[in-house]
Ligand binder design. Structure first.
Ligand code: ADP
Ligand code: UDP
Length: 239
């Protein structure tokens, strides 16, 4: 299978069509952005690290019976996925207070959140991805209640899996962002990416951030941190 037409250039990936209409070619870029793209830096090696971490976790979720878009790895920076009609939503799940939640509510840093907090953000660069609640989503016609319920349930299952998976390698899963889409037959699947660009991860031993906060907060080079996350995941491969 080969890439044909470039469909979309995003902040972290390029999406191409292939000869097969329902298969997309996803190329992970050596680029980091923050502040909705206002801060943008080239980081050699980042694309392959995020591709490798995403491939590993998507394959594990598929094997665990969670529906995802992932098909197979093509090369260092490329994977093949099922084409989806994406929900224009970012589904954030929080296990501990951090980031915008901590700022908004002046919560204690890393205070446990029980139950896990689910939030939606409307994917719109023009609007700066604003927070959006269930009624706003339904009233704007972005998704119906049944879809939101299914997204909630699937996000919880992904959270349960990933929390345990990271705990096994000494890492606390603080929060993360997921994106969902529908296949041509209507099946809802987890799509996009599963990498430290979209997770907050804290090393249980040192308390250090092992995710894009290193870049957001200028805490040093990001590449060795992502490499460590990948090495630990590979060192304790799930069966
Ligand atoms: P952004 O759009 O935020 O800059 P990316 O650089 O990660 O982000 O671009 C990837 C784009 O591809 C996103 O808009 C994402 O919603 C979309 N996408 C991810 N997986 C799929 C899929 N399986 N089918 C169709 N679109 C997808
Ligand atoms: N997140 C993301 N993409 C975004 C916004 C947030 O992947 O456009 C992830 C982020 O990495 C974190 C979680 O969603 O793991 C919650 O982010 P938060 O709302 O705290 O926003 P931030 O402080 O990162 O802007």
């Amino acid at each position: 299978m080969n890439k044909t037409e470039l469909l979309y250039t995003g902040k972290a990936k390029k999406m191409y069509a292939t000869e097969t209409p329902d298969v997309l070619w996803v190329e992970y870029l050596d680029q980091a952005t923050a502040l909705n793209g206002k801060k943008k830096v080239a980081i050699p090696g980042k694309g392959t690290l995020n591709r490798q971490i995403s491939s590993l976790l998507f394959a594990e979720l598929n094997a665990a019976g969670l529906p995802t878009h992932y098909l197979e790895t093509r090369d260092d920076t490329t994977m093949l996925v099922r084409r989806c009609a994406m929900l224009p939503l970012e589904a954030v799940v929080r296990n501990f207070a951090s980031g915008s939640f901590e700022r908004k509510f002046q919560a204690t840093h890393l205070q446990p959140l029980v139950p896990a907090v689910h939030e939606f953000y409307y994917k719109s660069d023009a609007l700066d991805d604003p927070f959006i609640n269930d009624e706003q989503i339904i009233a704007l016609g972005l998704a119906d209640q049944a879809t939101l319920d299914a997204v909630h349930a699937l996000s919880d299952r992904v959270n349960t899996y990933l929390k345990a998976r990271f705990a096994q390698i000494g890492i606390e899963l603080v929060d993360f962002k997921l994106e969902f889409g529908r296949l041509a037959d209507g099946t809802l699947v987890l799509a996009d990416e599963l990498s430290p660009d979209n997770f907050r991860l804290v090393d249980e031993a040192s308390g250090r951030s092992l995710d894009k906060d290193v870049f957001r907060k200028d805490q040093g080079p990001l590449q060795p941190v992502y490499q460590m996350v990948l090495d630990r995941l590979k060192g304790a491969q799930h069966v």
